[in-house]
Design a protein around this ligand. Sequence first.
Ligand code: 13P
Ligand code: SF4
Length: 333
Amino acid sequence: MTHTETLEYTPQIAAKTAAYYAKVESVIPEIEWPSFAPYIAAINELKRERNAIILAHNYQTPEIYHCVADYVGDSLGLARKGASVDAEVIVMAGVHFMAETTKILNPEKIVLMPDLAAGCSLAASITAADVRDMRKKHPGAPVVSYVNTTADVKAETDVCCTSGNAVEVVESLGVKKVIFLPDQYLASYVASQTDVEIVAWPGSCEVHERFTGDEIRGYKNSYDNLSVIAHPECPPDVLEAADFVGSTAGMIDFVGKQSSNKVLLVTECSMSDNVAVEYPEVEFIRPCNLCPHMKQITLPKILASLQSLQPRIEIDPDIIDRARGSVERMLAI
Ligand code: 13P
Ligand code: SF4
């Protein structure tokens, strides 16, 4: 079997995958299931043979998130899990910087990235040379990098953070001023939550920067008692209109804690599908901004990477050594 073959939907495959379909039937139309089910069956079988584990970000589509992933989460959760798994092979169903973070923490393991082109506009916005220039302009200020950065940038970083722990990480340094990169909006959100002076870099997420405060206020006017839950990569006027701001895992957690039956998740739109499966009584209002990078990952590509054990994430050992400290310092906080 090769990844160019289309796998067949047989009665055996239908029976093997019935429990998965029962889980996702509210978000995957029945007519689409025959194109997913054979891959789900093949991936779950091959995963066991290869002693492999699949880590999937909260933005992956429901057939990946609910049907083949062993662990789902935000960047921090995936980094933590990546640091603790026993499997010999880790498949990252997410974007390139997430797979690199996993490799940095597990240099001896095979880390597979089903499509190496799955990047991130934030990671692409800054280079290691840019970080060195920032340090020259602000001597003595430590560098805090969002994990949405390349391994080269992490190697120039004092401590990493995610959207789930950014304020905590900045405050843990006990200094008056930090260089915070590369997301200008996460930086301004952190600045609004702390007295530490934040020097930002002008990067942004191409998905979250498209939301506007006017759009969110429009939804609030159209739906009574709407709970607005936003990711801190959104611009400040969006965050001001939100009832809760947090990482993707924090947002999901908040859906379970709030009491409204109408929720707007101001983030990548596959996440609403994934969460809707767990909260059938909640109506999710879905402005659909998709991350084109996350959407590069598909079931056929995951299967192909498990079959060939390619493409692998390879990082210069010297960069791994220098980058690991910044990720481990974050995990220790
Ligand atoms: P989280 O760490 O909150 O999952 O965010 C990652 C990301 O890429 C958001 O766009
Ligand atoms: Fe990067 Fe934005 Fe996509 Fe997240 S949603 S991976 S920050 S481009």
